[in-house]
Design a protein. Structure first.
Lengths: 112, 111
């Protein structure tokens, strides 16, 4: 079974903190994604990566950065957390091409 | 821009009845369409996809979806709903190496 593992299920951080969300996949997938999920808005793409050290901005990259130093790991960084970044964050991975993505269990981040 | 619409926020259906969750899309070029399901406090799980070929696609857990190019729709269906099908369902289109998701439809199957 494909496994996409996110480092935390729940996180509470203070405004202004630097926050790291980690994601690891074990299927040698080329593509990795970070989405945020908010009620009524569905999933919105923050960043994706199609190869090591490569990254592409998604629809809502402001306030976020990413790092992909190894193929299996994709990190999302909130440079200075703000309350409007309180959300569910979902990591996913897939092979390149028209194949399905596999999702982690999500990290519910609350910024206070 | 590519987009996916799910016109119903909520669908209620009685157990044993057929269910339909609607999806329409807007995409330039050929559409590559997916359905995912999300159970409470979980990530999304893949149900089925349409890439090419037969317009009726069968997937996991007895779900199927019908691709209609003229109506730009990809509705999810199941002949007989189960209470355990209650979840949040997302339609998505694959474009430019990533997925564009609809806003989701909450399905409630009532015993």
């Amino acid at each position: 079974d494909v496994k996409v593992t996110q480092s935390s299920r729940y996180l509470v951080k203070r405004t202004g903190e630097k926050v790291f969300l980690e994601c690891v996949q074990d299927m040698d997938h080329e593509n990795m994604f970070w989405y945020r999920q908010d009620p009524g808005l569905g999933l919105r793409l923050i960043y994706f990566s199609y190869d090591v050290k490569m990254k592409e901005k998604g629809d809502i990259p402001e306030g976020y950065s990413v790092s992909r130093e190894k193929k299996e790991r994709f990190s999302l960084i909130l440079e200075s957390a703000s309350t409007n970044q309180t959300s569910m964050y979902l990591c996913a991975s897939s092979f390149q091409g028209f194949t399905e993505a596999f999702f982690g269990q999500g990290t519910r981040l609350t910024v206070v | 821009a590519q987009s996916v619409a799910q016109p119903e926020d909520q669908v209620n259906v009685a157990e044993g009845n057929p269910l339909t969750v609607k999806c329409t899309y807007s995409v330039s070029g050929n559409p590559y369409l997916f359905w995912y399901v999300q159970y409470p406090n979980r990530g999304l799980q893949f149900l089925l996809k349409y890439i090419t070929g037969d317009n009726l696609v069968k997937g996991s857990y007895g779900f199927e979806a019908e691709f209609n190019k003229s109506q730009t729709s990809f509705h999810l269906k199941k002949p007989s709903a189960l209470v355990s099908d209650s979840a949040l369902y997302f339609c998505a289109v694959y474009y430019g190496q990533n997925f564009v998701f609809g806003p989701g439809t909450r399905l409630s199957v009532l015993p």
